[in-house]
Design a protein around this ligand. Sequence first.
Ligand SMILES: [Zn+2]
Length: 279
Amino acid sequence: MNQVWHRVSKKRPCEGCKKPDWCTYTDDGKYCCMRLTSDRPLKNGGWLHTAANPVAGIPVTRKPKKPVTIDAGALWRGWKDKTTPKRVNELGDALGVEGGALWMIGACWIPERQAWGFPMYDAKGKIVGIRIRTLEGDKYAWTGSRNALFRSTMPVDNKQPLWLVEGPTSLSAALTLGLGAIGRPNCSACDEMAVEYVRLNRIRRVVICADVDENEAGLRGAEKLQKVLTVPSVIVFPPVGKDLRDFLKAGGTRDELESMLRNFIWSVPGKVKRKAHHV
Ligand SMILES: [Zn+2]
């Protein structure tokens, strides 16, 4: 029989520890206390209590693991205020992109990690997470971050196609090339948020620019997004290199990318069949 376990609440606190959180109970009088033991330990780390298994009365000193919540915007502003344009320009030189592009996407130096941080925004433009990039190029998110979009503080021009790229450094390359662009954390994240961003900013066309990778994860992620986009889109790969930063470093230009787009058939939303081709 499938037992339905309800979470305890202020109104209906746990019968064992009398606390309003963490523990659970069933309609037929069993409960699982996470703080008081019985002789029936359960898989979730708590103990079963019934008439036959009364509370053993040994309180366990442990606290529920609360999910970490952060004010990502405040964290970012603290670091950004102490980050000089000179330092951001140096990062630009190291990455082969314009320092101004990194500045616009909010690159900040995080002294306690000795790493760079990039703010991630939800579709409405609120900072909800921080991506960390170490000096060695390793990437991870600040604990408590939500995965979200990288974007520029410059307003987007919705008469131009929006380029959707992978990660903050590819985004800085796209902006250096003069494209209107946003980034997502990886090749398959934040589909819904991107769709929402497109809707809110009245974007008319989207260029999904996938990184070149061996297992074609980039292409699969791009196709997954294309299926849910509500405006015409194309899937492209950088003509040179594995991402737009490689393309930029190899001397690539916006004109080159735009003439490449002329060779593509734009998808019609809801009718995606065509496979993207590597140029
Ligand atoms: Zn309890």
